[in-house]
Design a binder for this molecule. Structure first.
Ligand code: PGA
Length: 240
């Protein structure tokens, strides 16, 4: 596992952007696995800036997002589809038909999981997956448990995730209780992975990733099974 420790959030975002740009320069039609949450916003801002400055094009890039609340409509301003449009897709030259998020309106979540897996495979697999990490060690919405799912599936959010995500909602009751998320295999199949972690709240989860041990109770720790993971964190997340 490669570890890049940065002074602050801006540096983390810039380092992540460098890796994304390098990937797209090497393969202009790369498949990027993308994440929502506060952490990747700085990366997305860097992508928008570079695109608008004419330094990089996303014309041929395809994207697959990690997760989506369930059930939720894409127009809902709390949906991850809405987040991605607002924070990135509407501001860059990507073809929006090449951007994919699990369908929060799917009548049959199990079928949707299989469709999403087939989609990723039809795209040729994920070249570079961007991840955040939950305070509880989740990646995507793969929540700590005695068993984890391999493929895209519907999941219950843990009370701790609902509490952490309630900052985006009027009240904790408004936070969706379920989500669709890529599974551990969907993520581990990516050719290259970068995980971004900022702030002391992420320290414990990061420790469980960096200590080289694997536990389903700290889902991010399964990234130790992958041979090309780069963790980019700030000193607060590293030192606590
Ligand atoms: P955050 O979320 O970037 O908003 O901290 C990360 C996550 O829950 O995976």
């Amino acid at each position: 596992m490669n570890l890049i420790v940065c002074k602050n959030y801006e540096e983390v975002s810039a380092e992540a952007a460098k890796i994304v740009f390098e990937q797209i320069k090497q393969k202009p039609d790369s498949v990027l696995g993308l994440a929502t949450g506060s952490t990747p916003e700085g990366l997305y801002a860097n992508m928008i800036r570079a695109n608008q400055a004419g330094e990089i094009s996303f014309r041929d890039v395809r994207t697959v997002n990690l997760d989506e609340y369930y059930p939720i409509r894409p127009e809902n301003d709390q949906s991850y589809r809405y987040f991605m449009n607002q924070k990135l897709f509407l501001h860059i030259d990507i073809d929006r038909s090449n951007t994919h998020v699990p369908d929060g309106t799917a009548a049959d979540p199990q079928k949707e999981g299989l469709r999403y897996e087939q989609l990723i495979s039809d795209l040729g697999g994920i070249d570079l997956q961007v991840l955040g990490i939950g305070q509880n060690g989740h990646i995507g919405f793969n929540e700590p448990d005695t068993e984890l799912d391999a493929i895209t599936h519907k999941t219950d959010l843990t009370p701790s995730t609902i509490a952490v995500n309630s900052r985006f909602f009027a009240s904790e009751e408004d936070v969706p209780k379920q989500a669709l998320t890529m599974g551990m295999r969907s993520i581990l199949n990516a050719r290259k992975i970068i995980l971004l972690a900022c702030g002391k709240e992420k320290h414990t989860a990061l420790q469980h990733l960096l200590n080289g041990k694997i536990s389903t109770h700290w889902p991010a720790s399964l990234l130790n099974l992958h041979s090309d993971v780069t963790v980019i964190c700030d000193t607060a997340a590293r030192e606590g």
